[in-house]
Design a protein around this ligand. Structure first.
Ligand SMILES: O=C(CO)[C@H](O)[C@H](O)COP(=O)(O)O
Length: 628
């Protein structure tokens, strides 16, 4: 944002002034001053006012409070002092010297908090390093000779060439392909294993695991996809929480006791990881957590309360009598708006923008600081969380094989994958026999018959693709075992057909290594699926039918979008699939309501260029996500 002319905020209050609530008075003055500007005095734009006042203004308690609050926000992101100083300079134009002094004062007043905080920072760094080493080691073992081949184009985790062709240093797959149940991952190098790590099969007994450092998605961009790379359903993925949620829950994803319980030998890390976090900020760590003694430091971490939160940071600097050098800080807390020493930190744009916004509002508006802080804080959290949400719910385009040439299923599947399909949607419509009644009844969930486990099994021999099976049967439980064996990847049953046994069903589906999903017919209210999403044994996908199930080529029902909207609002990271009548003319309605998995049959198979339609559907999901 550009400043036209700095507004003169005459702040008479000195930090040593003992008057109560001086910041509000200063704020009023600044506000009134703004109002007095006339047309011949260009008013600075919304984002630049606070930062531009470097006209011999002395620091006020309000400034201190502002910087303290900004530092607290940074602490929630597990930034170290240098990062905090840079962020505040870069985005709120706070003088580094001033930030440093506030930090020091906070540290003095909150020694216990900072002691625990620095240890967490150190642990964070160790975890990041550990993950890097592990990943490197894995690649060394998996790809001993780096072949000179170009990088394969990625299609949401599905590589179009064998994984052993990937050169060294190939990034971990962004979205892991879920292993098909009972489907051994045959490796062209001769290794066979069902164990899949980061979307690729792990050889032999080697089981790399990932630790989550809690904030790698935001701060350390080099490992920004760590959370996304953890396979769905993996216990680790549950720990891939946002930095803000880490902070607000007050629980670091990996506690010391959890780490020591893993039998991790940290001695190797000691050499590689200097204890620079604490030393860079001048902290005297207790002897058992000093340099070169990570094992001990991890042990000692067990004694540290891990549930500390920012509420432990109790010092209210603006009410402290003795501010020391902070109180006599010469000049303004802010740098001039045209200062050219601003650092570039593009990866933190979102955070920074919010800080800037926060800084501006807190020092210019005539509002209670806490309220402003709280609302601006929300803004920060939303900005940080949003990319994470879009990361979790990727666009998934699943051509419905119901519209394919069944006589050439394997080649049709291949054709769709080559056109950019992420999943293959398999509509399973069967008669279900009931033998628990005297006369054997045959039940029909939909008035059509399609394919069953034997065909899935045959197709599995030709493709590694994710087979998204939609069970339109009256007794889905009967099909878990056979479909699991056949190599289905996802198992989506109908809520109407499983009211009595969905818990058993979900458990069984998971035990067979498939992703459980629930579908509902147009006439079924969305509330019916909530219990399946809220409990412990929850489904991982909801398929909202946008036609009456049974046949392809029907007309899309836009009124179903209310269901999608409601679901998306309630479950931001849920895979929400829509099926029926989706194509270029209807996709917008579905994606703007929040659908991210798109099943499309006739619009894709009937198109002269299916790849173009698939791309169009994908772009629509992505654009809608950007807009939301
Ligand atoms: O589940 C289905 C029918 O029950 C189909 O997957 C669905 O109708 C897709 O076909 P189209 O895109 O042609 O409507």
């Amino acid at each position: 944002m550009k400043t036209t002319k700095p507004i003169k905020a005459e702040k008479k209050l000195q930090p040593n002034n003992t008057e109560k609530k001086p910041s509000i008075q200063a704020s009023h003055e600044a506000h009134n001053d703004q109002q007095n500007h006339t047309a011949d005095t260009p008013v600075a734009d919304a984002g630049s006012v606070s930062a531009s006042g470097n006209d011999n203004r002395k620091v006020s308690r309000e400034d201190i409070e502002l910087v303290q609050n900004l530092i607290e926000r940074c602490l929630q992101l597990y930034m170290n002092k240098d990062e905090v100083v840079k962020t505040l300079l870069n985005r709120a134009r706070i003088d580094p010297g001033f930030t440093t002094l506030v930090w020091q004062k906070l540290e003095e007043e909150n020694a216990d908090f900072f002691r625990a905080y620095y240890i967490r920072l150190k642990l964070k760094k160790q975890i990041i390093l550990f993950n890097h080493l592990l990943e490197h080691q894995y690649h060394l073992m998996k790809y001993p000779v780096p072949p000179k081949v170009p990088l394969a184009p990625m299609q949401n985790g599905i590589s179009t060439m064998p994984v052993n062709n990937l050169p060294m240093g190939y990034p971990v797959l962004q979205q892991p392909s879920v292993p098909a149940a009972g489907q051994p991952h045959l490796d062209p190098m001769g290794m066979s294993s069902c164990h899949v790590v980061n979307g690729v099969p792990a050889p032999g007994n080697y089981h790399p695991m990932r630790m989550n450092s809690g904030n790698d998605m935001v701060i350390d961009t080099s490992v920004s996809d760590v959370a996304a790379a953890v396979p769905p359903g993996n216990a680790m993925s549950d720990m891939a929480v946002s930095p803000t949620s880490v902070a607000s829950s007050g629980h670091f994803p990996f506690t010391a006791s959890e780490i020591s319980g893993m039998g991790v030998d940290t001695s190797a890390l000691d050499a590689a990881f200097p204890s620079d976090v604490a030393s860079s900020v001048g902290l005297q760590l207790p002897p058992d957590s000093g340099v070169g003694n990570s094992r001990d430091s991890l042990r000692s971490l067990a004694q540290i309360p891990w549930n500390f939160s920012l509420s432990d940071l109790t010092a209210d600097l603006s009410n402290l009598g003795d501010l020391g050098p902070l109180g006599n800080y010469p000049g303004s807390a802010y740098l001039p708006s045209d200062s050219d020493i601003l650092l570039d930190s593009p990866e933190q744009d979102d955070i920074g923008e919010s800080f800037y916004f926060l800084a501006h509002r807190m020092s210019t508006e005539k509002r209670d600081t806490t309220t402003i802080y709280a609302s601006a804080g929300l803004l920060i959290e939303r900005r940080i969380l949003r990319p994470q949400v879009t990361k979790m719910v990727k666009a998934i385009i699943a051509p419905s094989m119901l519209s394919s040439d069944f006589a050439n299923l394997a080649s049709e599947a291949e054709r769709m994958l080559n056109c950019g399909a992420d999943w293959l949607h398999m509509d399973i419509m069967l008669l279900t026999g009931r033998s628990d009644v005297q006369v054997k009844f045959w039940f029909h969930f939909v008035p059509n018959l399609t394919l069953g486990a034997p065909i899935i099994e045959s197709l599995r021999k030709h493709t590694k693709a994710y087979l998204d099976c939609h069970l339109m049967v009256t007794n889905p439980l009967d099909y878990v075992e056979p479909l699991g064996k056949a190599g289905a990847s996802g198992f989506t049953f109908h809520v109407e057909a499983s009211r009595d046994n969905w818990q058993e069903l979900v458990q069984k589906i998971k035990s067979k290594g498939m992703k459980p999903g629930v579908s509902l017919k147009p006439g079924t209210p969305i509330e019916e699926v909530y219990p399946l999403l809220d409990g412990e044994n929850s489904v991982e996908l909801v398929l909202v039918m946008t036609v009456e199930p049974g046949f392809g080529g029907q007309k899309f029902m836009p009124e179903m979008m209310d269901k999608v909207r409601t679901l998306r609002k309630k479950y931001p990271s849920l895979d929400i699939e829509v099926d029926g009548g989706l194509g270029p003319s209807t996709i917008e309605a579905a994606t703007s309501a929040g659908a991210n998995c798109i099943v499309a049959g006739s619009s894709v198979f009937g198109a002269p260029d299916p790849a173009q339609v698939i791309t169009l559907l994908r772009v629509s999901v992505e654009e809608a996500q950007k807009r939301s």
